[in-house]
Design a protein around this ligand. Sequence first.
Ligand code: SAH
Length: 222
Amino acid sequence: MSNTSEDDKFSVERDRMVKQQLKARGIDDEGVLDAFRTVPRHAFVNASDHERAYDDRALPTRSGQTISQPYMVATMTEALNVQNGHEILEVGTGSGYQTAILLELGATVYTVEKESSLSERARNTLEEIGYDHNISFRVGDGTKGWPEHAPYDRILVTAGAPEVPQSLKDQACESCRIVIPVGSKTKQSLKILRKESGGVWTTESRTGCVFVPLKGSEGWSD
Ligand code: SAH
């Protein structure tokens, strides 16, 4: 059976999400907006939540975790300033929705998730909808990065850290950016770190946010 009318309906909902939730709040990078118009967010949530997939909120995922509010994913993605061909380390695969957005922008993504069931689920979802290139999955503690593929052009952490893990800074290219929520277990501030010439890091604080804790040897202890 063809899903064309359902696909059309979701496509209309995505366009509306982009206009009302992203553009209206100042996200103006056309590449980023296009990625949000393209990635089928409903594929990452429970079937019972399909009608809410493009709402202005976080939602539970198919694995009992949380998929962030579209605006937060867009804010982080825009802050990362992804260029075609960038090698990106992502910590916290979760549902894989953010991973799909990065792939849509032409990046090669190395994504680390500490829960094997989530990593497996994300891989299956991504494959089902055609994201099976330029992506490598690892199960483990992402606070240590993924040294075998370093250095990275960009590093994105989608869980809340007590501080920026040194191992991630050590795996950064010249002119790397790291986007990471830093703060307490219940509330963080989105930090954008830029590696300047000479290896000096500058840090900008963007917005308040609430992510699940980054747990690991350079994160929160269990
Ligand atoms: N970006 C995801 C949301 C991630 S939620 C999405 O778009 O759906 C945060 C994820 O970080 C959770 O899945 C959690 O299990 C994972 N996580 C927490 N600490 C981690 C660590 N040290 N290494 C890797 N993943 C971690």
